[in-house]
Design a protein around this ligand. Sequence first.
Ligand SMILES: O=C(O)[C@@H](CO)OP(=O)(O)O
Length: 247
Amino acid sequence: MTHTLILLRHGESDWNAKNLFTGWVDVALTEKGRGEAVRGGELLREAGVLPDVVHTSLQRRAINTAALALDAAERHWIPVKRSWRLNERHYGALQGKDKKQTLEEYGEEQFMLWRRSFDVPPPPLDDADEFSQAGDPRYADLGDDLPRTECLKDVIARFLPYWESEIVPDLQAGKVVLVAAHGNSLRALVKHLDGISDEDIAALNIPTGMPLVYELDESMQPTVKGGQYLDPEAAAAAAAAVANQGR
Ligand SMILES: O=C(O)[C@@H](CO)OP(=O)(O)O
């Protein structure tokens, strides 16, 4: 028997459209992003891959994507679990900065190190910055766990305990699990599931609003590496667009 896991990155956000580094800033979906979320739900319904439980971050672009997709799939009534551990990677002092301007100012190598390297975080964000989450009530209980910047390695370290303690038990109970999250928090999970090396993960980009379905065996290993996008052609084109941001 296999376990079904669906990964869904939120639809296009206001700051995706403006080409700004976003991270933990809680921006809304654009009209296009809302449409992508609905389309994602329609794909799930058409494929008959129907979630029994959804896990989301604490950010509205993922929360609202899940709600729109589940509504379109007639699964709006399933239980929801939320955690900061599914949040987007904290982008440190880059939060709110224009990706193209950052590329021009710091050059290709530094830009890519910050954006896609495994273990080089951007400079930390000052607590007094307008885009800081220090003082945000939803993170009041985090204490020293509240990040001021993160690299992908940091995201894996805070995501995997939630994967093990909350998501795997749902899968083992036979539930179809939807994880509605973010480009880099999903890259962290995909790296873990597919055993992608620290170097190769740089080339992996997750498109917005495209359901990615994994069948996992008893030891939570994918039966097909990389899973399967329900609309593979659209997903490949959209992933290439993510890779090209800032250019
Ligand atoms: O800005 C961000 O938070 C992320 C996702 O939108 O961007 P990137 O793909 O550049 O890591």
